[in-house]
Design a protein around this ligand. Structure first.
Ligand SMILES: CC(C)(COP(=O)(O)OP(=O)(O)OC[C@H]1O[C@@H](n2cnc3c(N)ncnc32)[C@H](O)[C@@H]1OP(=O)(O)O)[C@@H](O)C(=O)NCCC(=O)NCCS
Length: 146
């Protein structure tokens, strides 16, 4: 059997495999959001600020995350969003590999900070982010539904 290994790459084209991967992964992240369609994915892939990273093994998408890098008066900043690994592939370091590539990309882009939010109930995510060196900040997170 050929040994496969997980590769992290940026999604640069939208094809059926990517649409299918989103349809499989997004429900494992959120019950309240629909998976992006081809048009939405094209907008992400073409965006200068959003970097959609995929974890692949033998051509199969095991996980994904989005790194957003943007410039504001206090510097270049980065956010990590929508991190999810397929249930069948969890606990193998795929989430860690995705985050490490994102952190390096953010650093290379000059980002001073990388931020993310995660609900306390997401215990696996909390362990992963702590292991990677993320520290909890004492701040309020606000949201306006529009
Ligand atoms: C959080 C998530 C991305 C981590 O992905 P992953 O590929 O399992 O990550 P890693 O293997 O690098 O590490 C995850 C940690 O969770 C543990 N873990 C969680 N679920 C596991 C499972 N089903 N099997 C084995 N280990 C699991 C791992 O052991 C590891 O903990 P440790 O550092 O104490 O050993 C994944 O659990 C996931 O997609 N969860 C649902 C969506 C989610 O919560 N996303 C984060 C939003 S902020």
């Amino acid at each position: 059997m050929t040994e496969q290994h997980v590769e992290i790459r940026e999604a640069t084209v939208v094809d059926d495999a990517l649409v299918e991967a989103m349809a499989r992964l997004v429900p494992q992240l959120s019950n309240s959001n629909l998976a992006p369609d081809e048009a939405a994915l094209s907008a992400i892939v073409e965006s200068d600020t959003s970097i959609l990273l995929l974890a692949e093994e033998g051509g199969a998408v095991l996980g994904m995350m989005t790194l957003v890098v943007f410039r504001i008066p206090t510097g270049v900043r980065a956010w990590i969003e929508d991190v999810v690994v397929d249930e069948a592939a969890r606990g193998r370091g795929v989430g860690e590999a995705l985050n490490r590539v994102a952190i390096q990309r953010a650093h290379d882009a000059g980002a001073r900070t990388v931020d993310l939010t995660s609900r306390p109930s997401r215990e696996a995510a909390s362990r992963l982010y702590s292991r990677l060196g993320f520290e909890q900040r004492d701040t309020n997170v606000y949201r306006l539904e529009s």
